[in-house]
Design a protein. Structure first.
Lengths: 333, 270
């Protein structure tokens, strides 16, 4: 089943949404490639959901344009856009079985019954729910419902799939499992995924590229490792992972907690070296997380792999902090 | 554990109130069983003669069917209109929409006698006096707000994302309403229909103004029966009227319960 001659390249041009005096989305320019897994990452109120709702056609745009394969779709009503969507809370039809839910987009398109049956069977297999076809949504776990929602949204082979915090309702352990499944399904169907989340781990683990949004603007755009290794702003450095901030020579530098070496006072060996005392230490199994008081700085966070040994520094101990030149990333003003 | 004194007092009060509300209506039952030819409580002997007379009388039976036809037709219209209005106002959900809602609910607030006069003034030039369409129309106007209220209550608990999901999956507004919204608000629609039927079934004030000879509903005939003579057949008719009302209510309750239990059956299947 081909997706009605569209390939799924999205182009957002100066996209803006205002509610009265409040600007929810401010002049966003973004190219989304065919088959890409793109994540809109930001805190609540950053405009990420508004962008998704405008893509889906549930919200008018104030100005700008949205192009799908070069053609504007802003005048196209939601039901004609052919974009799949996985809603927050899934929005499964409670009175329909799993099979009926997944068949819905095909049956409203009046496809022949044989084709619907075959396609629904395929989708059930894709999300591994073949044995659950006759259940009602409320008889299934959150993770299973999430897969039904995914199957329903992909059933009509949309060129673009929009996902609105689809893992928000799942517990943490399940979330990691579902992330892997989602990524796997994305690779198999080859559909463009636009994924909205406020969870940095989700963003890092699944995305081809991440857009960090703040107050309706794009803060930074790049691959997960790009953004993590080379954040350009203090917001990007602290929202995606944790960072310590150093102020040197009138500039600000971001320094990841795991890139700092911790050693007993006098044993530090690096060009960049400061001394401090241990404020607190917390054991996390794989890591020890230290808070170090350094004169003239905010408390510095340092992560140390627990297996490296060397023992735990006691609270109150004097320590040296050091790091390689490349570890400190200079931020834009 | 024994319930405490205040709890028992509360329960007793509730029962007294219930009897106070229901007893006057129940009085019709013994009166309808009197062997006498005038309205009275039966003393000792009971008789079904007034029921025989009721069901044997072409006039009473005709009124019975007329009420049924008018009740059914106005219920169908009021349910359709009330449901569509409720869905429309829910989808628009704006200040202007709330104004419209207030206007639509006016028939509930306006005293029936004033509504009756208004209908009369309007229907005379239209030639709708003493006709089925006239009464059906009037009863529809009076009962549609009841449907609007019950359906709006159902919609308040309806997840708006389901509607978005349906449209996102390619369904037109009409398909979305038929396949997603209506199944979701079925209890409200059904409740509205039952209330609409009951309100038409025992409506008298407006009916008095709008009917003459051709249309003669059950309440209308009872009204005349009680004014012109003290024939206990009226009491028998009152019992039948209440029975049908209760039946309508029972159907609704059963339907609600059925909906729930089929749900559970499918749940326990595996």
């Amino acid at each position: 089943m081909t997706a009605l001659g569209t390939s799924g390249t999205l182009h957002l041009k100066s996209l803006t949404k205002r509610y009265g005096a409040f600007t929810a989305v401010d002049n966003v320019d973004l190219q989304i490639q065919r088959g890409e897994f793109l994540t809109l990452l930001g805190p609540s109120g950053s405009g990420k959901t508004t962008i998704l709702m405008m893509l889906a056609g549930f919200q008018d745009i104030t100005s700008g344009d949205i192009l799908l394969d070069g053609r504007s779709i802003v005048q196209t009503p939601a039901e004609k856009r052919n974009f799949g969507m996985v809603f927050q809370g899934y929005a499964l039809f409670p009175h329909m079985s799993v099979r009926e839910n997944i068949a819905y987009p095909l049956s409203v398109r009046k496809r022949p019954k044989a084709e619907i049956d075959a396609r629904v069977g395929e989708m059930l297999e894709l999300v591994r729910l073949t044995d659950f076809a006759h259940r009602l949504p409320n008889e299934m776990s959150g993770g299973q419902q999430q897969r039904v929602a995914l199957a329903r949204a992909l059933c009509f082979a949309p060129p673009v799939l929009l996902l609105d915090e689809p893992l928000g309702a799942l517990d943490k352990k399940l979330r990691v499992e579902v992330q892997a499944q989602l990524k796997d399904i994305h690779q198999r169907v080859g559909t463009t995924f636009v994924y909205v989340t406020h969870d940095q781990e989700e963003a890092l683990s699944m995305s081809d590229r991440i857009v960090i949004l703040q107050q309706g603007r794009i803060e930074q755009l790049g691959t997960p490792s790009d953004l993590y290794q080379r954040p350009r702003t203090a917001f990007a450095a602290s929202f995606l992972g944790k960072s310590n901030f150093l102020h040197r020579d009138g500039a600000t530098y971001a320094l990841r907690p795991e890139k700092i070496d911790l050693s007993p006072a006098g044993k530090g060996s690096n060009a960049n070296l400061v001394s401090g005392t241990v404020l607190s230490v917390t054991y996390f199994g794989s890591q020890l997380k230290y808070q170090i008081a350094v004169p003239g700085m905010e408390a510095v966070e340092v992560d140390v792999d627990a297996w490296r040994g060397g023992g735990t520094m006691a609270v109150g101990a004097d320590v040296d902090l050091s790091w390689a030149d490349a570890a400190a990333v200079r931020l834009d003003e | 554990m024994k319930p405490s004194a205040p709890v028992r007092l509360n329960a007793a009060l509730a029962w007294v109130l219930l009897v106070f509300l229901v007893a006057p209506a129940l009085v019709a039952i013994p009166v309808s069983l009197t062997p006498e030819r005038f309205l009275s409580f039966p003393s000792g002997e009971l008789s079904l003669r007034h029921y025989e007379k009721l069901f044997g009388s072409p006039e009473w039976m005709s009124s019975f069917w007329q009420s049924a036809v008018i009740g059914t037709a106005s219920t169908a219209l009021a349910t359709a209109i009330g449901t569509l209005c409720a869905i429309g106002l829910w989808r628009v959900s704006s200040k202007a929409g709330e104004m419209v809602r207030a206007v639509l609910l006016l028939p509930l607030v306006i005293p029936p006698i004033i509504a009756a006069m208004a209908f009369y003034r309007l229907f005379v030039p239209l030639g709708l006096i003493d006709s089925y369409p006239g009464l059906i129309l009037a009863h529809t106007v009076l009962s549609a707000p009841l449907v609007l209220i019950t359906v709006s209550a159902s919609l308040a608990g309806f997840d708006a994302r389901l509607e978005q999901a349906s449209r996102n999956l390619g369904a037109s507004n009409w398909t979305t309403m038929r396949r997603v919204i209506l199944p979701g608000i079925r209890p409200g629609v059904l409740a509205g229909a039952v209330f609409a039927f009951i309100s038409s079934w025992d409506e008298i004030v407006v009916t008095l103004f709008l009917s003459k000879f051709t249309v003669y509903t059950l309440p209308r005939r009872m009204w005349n029966g009680i004014r012109e003579n003290t024939d206990p057949t009226v009491a028998a008719a009152a019992v039948v009227l209440m029975a049908v009302t209760l039946a309508a209510f029972a159907i609704w309750v059963l339907a609600q319960r059925q909906g729930r239990s089929t749900h559970q059956e499918t749940a326990s299947e595996r």
